[in-house]
Design a protein around this ligand. Structure first.
Ligand SMILES: *Cc1c(COP(=O)(O)O)cnc(C)c1O
Length: 395
């Protein structure tokens, strides 16, 4: 790659990322091309974002059509594609909820926390404010979302943090931590950054009913699991639960920044309680509507489930042929992981895969993570797994 790109980045961009020396210039569905002309199969979709693939023609057209008319005007006025996007999200979810639009996962979770905190107030007095989250969770990078994140190593700086976050070691511990000040529990049904860690379905259902009985809100962070990633529209649908608050972001805009908090507590926030300059503007919601068009049709035609089954069976073959490297295969739909025997081997797999032309991710300490575009074709999967096998054979 051009040295000038690297040196400009080094000179002008804050060094918060351990960037690799690749610059991608174009893509088509699950294929990517870098500035040197190398071609890759993308099993990452920009960390679960590019749900309908790179340069999706329907999404490009919807965005171009929209921005040639109007891109942004603020939430002071009616925004037709925002209302339409909310309608579709709510109807697809099957939950009687309403949506608020922001721009990212962290912001969606901030909204969720604000709804819970306001719900916990009685007559303007803070009565209940504590939120229980899980260890190894990830909820975002703003100060509050970072504090909600159950990873002590991420709380070393940036304090003082807001009070009221309590961490449960596992789902079994949550109920025992509830006290008179607890207003909500926030969980990922499949922990993503924490290492593709699905929660047990029966335990989640039992927790959901226990919380309902205590009027403690169940907030599900579906920033990564939402929008068909695990096979159903929401992982909450897959787990057959009815949360009080759900957050979405990554896959919804197909790469255009968007975040949503949706809740059944539709009267908790009123005018002036929350807002966003960019949130839900014409650009992001037109993109999200195109993504939903593509994925709804894909799901309804049976193609999505077919692709999921094929991806799962091919991944399983890789797992079975390399039991010397992998200890466990985890995940649902197209959110999958292979636990690697140690972190050093994982780093070698990821780097070898890149050399062979397939992009894969790390999660947690030792999980090889797969988040391909949901529209990945059979040929793209075959090619990606061939390349991965070559990388594994070369270890
Ligand atoms: C990625 C992620 C976030 C943070 O989203 P941003 O858009 O980076 O703020 C929050 N929660 C979960 C579960 C995530 O995977």
């Amino acid at each position: 790659m051009q040295e000038s790109i690297k040196s400009t980045d080094a000179q002008y961009v804050l060094p918060t990322y351990a960037r690799q020396d690749i610059a991608f210039v174009s893509g088509e569905n699950a294929r990517l091309k870098d500035s040197e002309g190398n071609e890759y199969i993308d099993f990452t979709s920009g960390i679960g974002v590019v749900s309908v693939g790179h340069a999706n023609p329907e999404m490009s057209k919807a965005i171009c059509d929209q921005v040639s008319k109007i891109t942004h005007i603020s939430n002071l006025y009616q925004i037709p594609p925002q209302a339409e996007c909310a309608r579709r999200i709510v109807q697809q979810s099957g939950y009687a909820m309403k949506c608020f639009f922001g721009n990212s996962g962290a912001e969606a979770n901030e909204g969720a926390i604000k709804i819970a905190r306001k719900y916990g107030e009685v007559d303007g007095q803070v009565k209940r404010y504590k939120i229980i989250t899980l260890e190894h969770s990830f909820h975002g990078r703003t100060i509050t979302a970072l504090k909600a994140t159950g990873q002590e190593a991420m709380h070393n700086y940036f304090g003082p943090f807001p009070d009221g976050f309590v961490y449960a070691k596992s789902i079994d511990e949550i109920e025992g931590l509830i006290d008179d000040h607890t207003v909500a529990v926030m969980i990922e049904l499949v922990q993503g950054e924490g290492g593709v860690q699905p929660l047990d379905r029966e335990k989640v259902q039992a927790l959901a009913s226990a919380l309902k009985a205590k009027d403690v809100l169940l907030m599900v962070d579906e920033v990564q699991t939402g929008i068909y990633r695990t096979g159903e529209f929401l992982a909450s649908n897959l787990y057959d639960i009815e949360p009080d608050i759900i957050t979405l972001a990554k896959g919804l805009g197909g790469g255009v920044p968007i975040g949503v908090v949706m809740t059944s507590k539709t009267a908790t926030l009123g005018p002036g309680d929350h807002g966003s300059t960019f949130g839900g503007n014409y650009l992001s919601t037109a993109a999200a509507n195109a993504v939903l068009d593509v994925l709804e049709a894909y799901k309804q035609s049976g193609q999505l489930d077919e692709a999921f089954l094929y991806f799962e069976s091919e991944l399983k073959k890789v797992f079975e042929s390399y039991r010397n490297l992998f200890t466990e295969a985890v995940g649902f739909g197209m959110m999958r992981g292979l636990r690697v025997k140690d972190a050093e081997t994982l780093a070698r797999i990821i780097s070898g895969a890149k050399t062979e032309g397939v992009l894969v991710l790390k999660a947690g300490r030792n999980t090889l993570r797969f988040l391909p575009p949901l529209t990945i074709s059979r040929e793209e999967m075959d090619e990606g797994f061939d390349r991965l096998r070559r990388a594994l054979a070369a270890l």
